[in-house]
Design a protein. Structure first.
Length: 543
């Protein structure tokens, strides 16, 4: 039971003050009986607490906020079941290097690990998070809270970024605070790491003498804020730039050197494979991007990454361990202001044309037309969050116009149900920026309750639901494997009626009206939805 503490300043207040002092503008989460002192503290110190309907969605909302701001974001959950519900978004944050700071309540300090049967007790709550996070901490006293939070903030924001976990026992949260209000905390990450000079010199020499260089930009470019330096390097080298799925927006799609993100396209993979020098920045060279690890580079790989253990994991490379922006700046200092022409624009143009011709030859005009409608409707700089849907799989490869930190997709763990809450989190962080979430009718079931959250908090976010009566991608996989359709066809509610029930304006659309309906929704104040009943098919790689 909570002890009466009306008017007193508690450990929960210190948690809220600490988050505010570290630069938090909004805190996501759910209240629970053990975590109530934190929510009381948020109200007391004027820090916005955005409570969602379910912890998984709260975690994805915090993820979306962190991605668009590039800063650590706090997720507050309660002991036991509430904390465990956050593990799915923590997995996505870990695999996509999102700086999530999970703050959880805990049972009383002297009862942890003793199995006394306390409410929400876990044998070892901290151990549940340890395999996924960069660091775990526990504040054993009110006085320890500011320091533990500052350390968590620092570690989350240090390259390579990622989630961290902090727990505060309930008796600490409820204890009367005797320390002064927390006004300033230093949670800044350490100075960016720059690779050794001799390795930078070698990399610059390889790039300067290359005849067919290519740049490979991953999510690390966005996390480091290095897109300007990437563009300058590409121009100097006259090198095509390929962007990963998490690196979408790191290089302008309209630039003549843009190779795009078509990693399932043979023409794209061939261009990467045949370059004589490939500079990969901020990517783990994962399973999908390397054609199931079958991609073999004929040239030399220079790999820039903040995590040394990821360099050379699948392909031998010249290792440049360091921050993406600091490393690119160091390389630019070593390269001439202009180099010889290397036909970079012609190479990129040829690949884009081959992919476009292949797409045009397929009976996929409806699917590609939907992408063009989204492009047409979204204003410049809009945030777009995509769930794991057929249309999203096309978008990550073929949508045009993504800008830095404005394209959200759960490439880390390919989780379902990500986009809608991530868009709400992005909107909470960037209230004046138009925001769109694109989900399937299966994926929206994970977060349908958050329509009410969007309405309650006035989150100006548009939801586009592609309604194909179930899990469309899984149907395609079943068809490809020769399986029967099992558990993929779903009985769904009338989504327009559901939106009406929570006072969210909604329209049922059609492909030829989609651009106009999206513009209608984007023009409204508050949340709105567009429901598109249609069955789509995946495009096939261009020969």
């Amino acid at each position: 039971m909570l002890t009466a503490h009306a008017g007193e300043r508690l450990g929960g207040h210190v948690v809220a003050e600490g988050l505010r002092a570290l630069g938090a503008d909004v805190v996501f989460g759910l209240p629970g009986v053990h975590a109530l002192p934190i929510w009381e503290g948020l109200e007391a110190c004027g820090l916005r607490g955005l409570a969602l309907r379910q912890e998984v969605n709260a975690g994805f909302a915090a993820d979306g906020c962190a991605r668009v701001t590039g800063r650590p974001t706090a997720l507050v959950v309660s002991t036991g079941p509430g904390a465990l519900m956050a593990l799915a978004p923590v997995m996505e944050a870990a695999t996509a290097h999102v700086p999530l700071v999970v703050v959880s309540s805990q049972i009383a300090a002297d009862a942890i690990g003793r199995g006394l049967g306390h409410l929400h007790e876990l044998p070892d709550q901290r151990a549940s998070f340890a395999p996924l996070v960069k660091w775990c901490g526990r504040a054993a006293s009110v006085e320890a809270i500011p320091g533990v939070l500052a350390e968590a903030w620092r570690r989350a924001g240090s390259a390579p970024q990622g989630p961290v976990y902090v727990e505060v026992p309930f008796d600490v949260l409820e204890a009367v605070a005797t320390i002064p209000p927390v006004m300033v905390l230093d949670g800044a990450p350490p100075p960016p790491v720059v690779p050794p000079a001799e390795l930078l010199d070698r990399a610059a020499e390889l790039l300067t003498t290359a005849k067919w260089p290519l740049l490979w930009a991953g999510g690390g470019v966005l996390r480091a804020g290095a897109w300007v330096e990437l563009g300058e390097l590409a121009a100097r080298l006259d090198a095509p730039v390929a962007t990963t799925y998490t690196g979408r927006g790191a290089f302008p799609d309209g630039d003549p050197l843009a190779l795009g993100s078509g990693w399932d396209e043979p023409a794209h993979l061939k261009e990467v494979a045949t370059a004589d020098v490939v500079l990969c920045v901020g990517s783990a060279l994962g399973y999908e991007l390397t054609d199931n690890y079958r991609l073999r580079l004929r040239g030399t790989l220079i790999h820039v990454d903040a995590a040394p253990n990821r360099i050379g994991l699948h392909t031998a490379a010249l290792p440049l361990v360091g921050d993406a922006r600091a490393t690119l700046l160091a390389l630019l200092e070593r390269l001439p202001a202009a180099g010889p022409p290397r036909e970079g624009q012609a190479r990129a143009r040829a690949v884009r044309a081959r992919i476009a011709d292949g797409l045009a030859a397929q009976p996929r005009s409806v699917e590609l037309g939907l992408l063009r409608a989204v492009e047409e409707a979204l204003p410049a700089g809009a945030v777009q969050a995509w769930d794991s849907t057929i249309l999203a799989y096309l978008a990550i490869a073929h949508l045009r116009g993504a800008e830095p930190r404005r394209f959200l997709f759960p490439a880390g763990s390919s989780t379902l149900g990500y986009a809608w809450p991530a868009a709400l989190g992005a909107c909470a962080a960037l209230a004046s920026v138009p925001t769109l979430a694109v989900v399937g009718d299966g994926g929206i079931q994970y977060g349908l309750s958050e329509l009410a959250t969007a309405r309650q908090h006035g989150l100006d976010t548009v939801l586009l639901v592609v309604d194909d009566g179930g899990y469309g991608i899984l149907r395609e996989y079943q068809d490809a494997a020769g399986f029967v359709h099992a558990a993929v066809d779903l009985e769904q509610p009338d989504l327009v009626a559901v939106c009406d029930a929570v006072r969210v304006p909604a329209r049922r659309s059609a492909p030829e009206r989609l651009a106009d309906d999206l513009r209608w929704a984007l023009g409204l104040d508050g949340p709105a939805a567009v429901i598109l009943p249609i069955r789509l098919a995946m495009t096939q790689p261009t020969p």
